[in-house]
Design a protein around this ligand. Sequence first.
Ligand SMILES: Cc1ncc(C[n+]2csc(CCOP(=O)(O)OP(=O)(O)O)c2C)c(N)n1
Ligand SMILES: [Mg+2]
Length: 322
Amino acid sequence: MITKDEMIGLFKTMLTIRLTEEKIASEYKKGYMKCPVHLYVGEEAVAAAVIRLLDRRDYVTTTHRSHGHYLAKGGDILNLLKELCGLEDGYTKGWGGSQHIFAPDIGIMGTSAIVGSGISIATGIALGIKMKDLNEISVCFFGDGATEEGYFYESLNFASLKNLPVLYVCENNGLATHSRIENRRGEGVEIYKIAASLGVESKKINGNDVIELYEVSKNAVKYVRDNKKPYFIEALTYRWKGHVSPEEDFGERYRDKNEIELWKEKCPIINFERKILNDNLISKKELETVKSEVYSIVEENFIKLNNIMQNKQNGFVPVTPY
Ligand SMILES: Cc1ncc(C[n+]2csc(CCOP(=O)(O)OP(=O)(O)O)c2C)c(N)n1
Ligand SMILES: [Mg+2]
């Protein structure tokens, strides 16, 4: 049973990610942000639920679509924005940009644009944890496309063989750039079953239902930590925005607007909000207070960024001229 504090925490994290991502999308046209952005809008429940169950010392690796994981792990909003602008005081001193955030102080051990690479890094971290006999766990987020890379098979096989404390979280949005999963995998092939065939305990769940995610992840995190063995979660979800664009991209022959609209009805945040209000787990007033708190925090960070960038306007050159 989920407590009220946990519920509010999940809501705050999902909303922080959503508002930050939407604001990045709307500010992008100002031209301050110098790197490509792969936005996480629509998939927030996965990062919020899994990462809330981790300790600060636990390790996370993620992908080109990493802002949500970074924010859920406690990453500072302004530092992320500075990184997107190529500023020297961003998390990777402006060199990494959106796709290469590295924040070891909060356990973000690297995000990478090389699809699938985080899976092997997380597995290596888990091997290190085991060799040092530590109690941390290694958690790895990646997309369905990454499961088609060699890293996936080699890493899961190794983690299974060596009993490594690693939680693999596949965010299956059914898309890899503009390629649909049904055009990439044989009929009836299920990703979580591939993991199981390699000897890794695995489960497929609704990645838009934050409560189901939280409950399954709670067991998974405990399983990995207590047994020092790998676990695999396949979370079914969907990205609303373009693969690498602040805009929605439909009509590119890989999906139509109707499909995005159908998934919007399954919005993880709105549905969670509806549920907790209907079940009287929180009052409307209390929820409004939480919302305006999150809204103000996100807004304040963008105001700070705009001030910084306006002061730099004359002759500003980002560290990495993308
Ligand atoms: C090794 C490698 N191959 C191809 C690419 C180009 N690429 C970038 S993102 C991407 C799709 C990844 O899809 P998925 O893993 O499902 O993540 P999603 O974008 O859906 O979150 C591809 C093919 C790459 N960056 N690295
Ligand atoms: Mg995908």
